[in-house]
Design a protein around this ligand. Structure first.
Ligand code: ATP
Ligand code: MG
Length: 240
C-alpha cells in the first residue's frame, strides 16, 4: 500500500512540550493543507517552527491533539513506515558516512543514470558550467558517485547537504515533504536552487517550507505565521 497517496495534512489542536517539567512550546496548533499545496511557515526564532516539523517524524509526540495525513493519524503508522513515507529536510542535515551514492541510494534501488539525473535536477552537477560558483574540484565530487562523504557530511556545505537531501527526495518522489530552510550561512545560489527545484520538480507533492527569507515563499499557496507556539495567521501570501 502507498500511504500517503494524496498528501492532505490536518494538524488538530496540537500541543507539545519537550519534557513534563518544561513549558508548552506548541500551543493548540490547528491547520489544514490541501494535497499538492506549498505552505510557507514563518515566525521569529523560537516560535516553534522546527518543533512542529519534528512532530511529523514523531521524535516527539504531542501531549494532546493529532497530526492526520490522508485521514490516518500518524501515531497509527509504524515509525519505520512513517519515516519512509514522508520526507523531512532538516535545518542542518546530517548525511551518512559513506559515498555520494550510498547517501542518495542507501537501498541500492536506482542505477547511476537515475542518480546523476537527480544530481542535475538539484544543480549539484551541471552540464558545462562549474557548480555553485565554486571550484571544479568541488563539482567533481558529485560527478563521481563513489566520492567520500565524511562523518555527518561535514565535507559538504550546509546548502549542499540540503541539496543532497532534495536529490534523495527526487528519487523517492514522496507526497509529503517538510523542508526546514537553513537559517544562515547558506549561499544565495544553493538557496535559489532549492526553491527552484521545489517549484519545478515537486508540483505533485505537498510541501511545508520553514522559510527565513520571504522571497522563498512569495508564490506559495499559503503562509502560516507562528508566534510563541501559536498560529497567528494562515493566509494567501498577498494578504500578508
Ligand atoms: P528558529 O527560527 O531559530 O529555527 P524555531 O521557530 O524553529 O526557531 P524551535 O526550534 O521550534 O523554534 O523552538 C521552539 C521552542 O522550543 C524554543 O523555546 C526552544 O528553546 C525550545 N526547544 C527547542 N528544542 C528543544 C529541546 N530539544 N529541548 C527543550 N526545548 C527545546
Ligand atoms: Mg528552527
Amino acid at each position: 500500500s502507498t500511504w500517503p497517496e494524496r498528501g492532505e495534512i490536518q494538524v488538530n489542536d496540537v500541543s507539545l512540550r519537550y519534557a513534563p517539567e518544561l513549558p508548552r512550546v506548541i500551543k493548540n496548533v490547528t491547520f489544514h493543507v490541501e494535497p499538492n499545496n506549498k505552505i510557507g511557515i514563518v515566525g521569529r526564532t523560537g516560535a516553534g517552527k522546527s518543533t512542529i516539523i519534528t512532530a511529523f517524524f514523531r521524535f516527539l509526540d504531542p501531549e494532546s491533539g493529532s497530526i492526520v495525513i490522508d485521514g490516518v493519524d500518524i501515531t497509527k503508522i509504524g515509525l519505520r513506515n512513517l519515516r519512509q513515507a514522508i520526507t523531512i529536510i532538516p535545518q542542518d542535515p546530517t548525511l551518512f558516512t559513506g559515498t555520494i551514492r550510498s547517501n542518495l541510494d542507501p537501498f541500492d534501488q536506482y542505477d547511476d543514470n537515475q542518480i546523476f539525473e537527480a544530481l542535475k535536477r538539484v544543480n549539484l552537477i551541471t552540464a558545462n558550467e562549474p557548480n555553485l560558483g565554486e571550484s571544479s574540484e568541488n563539482q567533481n565530487k558529485f560527478l563521481n558517485l563513489s566520492s567520500t562523504v565524511t562523518e555527518g557530511g561535514n565535507n559538504l556545505s550546509q546548502g549542499q547537504r540540503q541539496l543532497m537531501c532534495l536529490a534523495r527526495s527526487l528519487l523517492k518522489s514522496p507526497k509529503v515533504i517538510l523542508l526546514d530552510e537553513a537559517t544562515a550561512s547558506i549561499d544565495y545560489k544553493s538557496d535559489a536552487t532549492i526553491q527552484k527545484t521545489i517549484r519545478d520538480e515537486f508540483s505533485s507533492s505537498t510541501i511545508l517550507t520553514i522559510a527565513h527569507r520571504l522571497r522563498s515563499i512569495i508564490d506559495y499557496d499559503k503562509i502560516l505565521v507562528m508566534d510563541a507556539g501559536k498560529v497567528v495567521e494562515y493566509e494567501d501570501p498577498y494578504v500578508l
